[in-house]
Design a protein around this ligand. Structure first.
Ligand code: DGP
Length: 117
């Protein structure tokens, strides 16, 4: 989609440190990592938020999790553990409106990931 940052990264119009890619998904390092491993996995197809998903996206979204597991393997996190997060909407902290799965690990991660309130 025109103007979408992650579509531009998917199309290689904006550089990113890619750790895995195939015809349906791209995984690249987050520009502002919160842990030793912080990779974003995006579908090639543009979908703004979880709310915009339709039945036609089910295969792509399932694929994101398989890519997340592959990224974890490449990063040596499969056995240690890691977290996947997908924010939806402003109040959840979504800042880029092209769905993306955060894959975070390489250090202990607290739970819950947000203050009680
Ligand atoms: P979220 O807040 O869930 O929408 O996550 C968006 C993430 O995208 C955030 O952790 C920072 C990352 N990000 C934003 N702009 C860029 C960029 O230009 N390149 C890369 N690699 N990551 C970016």
């Amino acid at each position: 989609m025109d103007g979408c940052l992650f579509c531009k990264i998917s199309d290689k119009k904006i550089p990113a440190t890619v750790v895995y890619e195939d015809d349906r998904a791209l995984a690249f390092r987050d520009i502002n990592p919160v842990a030793p491993t912080h990779v974003l996995v995006i579908p090639r197809v543009h979908v703004s938020t979880i709310n915009d998903l339709g039945p036609e996206h089910e295969a792509d979204m399932g694929h994101l999790f398989r890519v997340a597991a592959e990224v974890a393997k490449l990063e040596g996190l499969s056995e240690r553990g890691y977290r996947t997060v997908m924010n939806c909407g402003v109040e959840a902290g979504q800042s880029v409106f092209h769905v993306h799965l955060h894959v975070v690990g390489g250090r202990g991660l607290g739970w819950p990931p947000f203050p009680k309130g």
